[in-house]
Design a protein. Structure first.
Length: 72
């Protein structure tokens, strides 16, 4: 995952956790606007989420943040 996407994912996870608590879930779509204006980046996130880590559609933001921060 490229550094810019990694930073964006961590920031979004942190914001969701701060707003809704540590049990909040999210999908990789949370990292993007409602329109597909960055298809390559969206596919990169989808590949990381689905193929690399085999995550469910919704996962705890804390889990996702930890994976991203660890560089996994």
């Amino acid at each position: 995952m490229r550094d810019s996407l990694r930073a964006k994912a961590v920031a979004i996870c942190d914001a969701k956790i701060a707003k809704k608590g540590e049990d909040v879930g999210l999908s990789f779509y949370a990292f993007f606007a409602n329109r597909n204006d960055e298809p390559e980046l969206l596919m990169e996130a989808a590949t990381w989420w689905i193929q690399t880590h085999q995550l469910d559609h919704f996962e705890k933001a804390v889990k996702v943040r930890n994976l991203v921060v660890s560089g996994a």
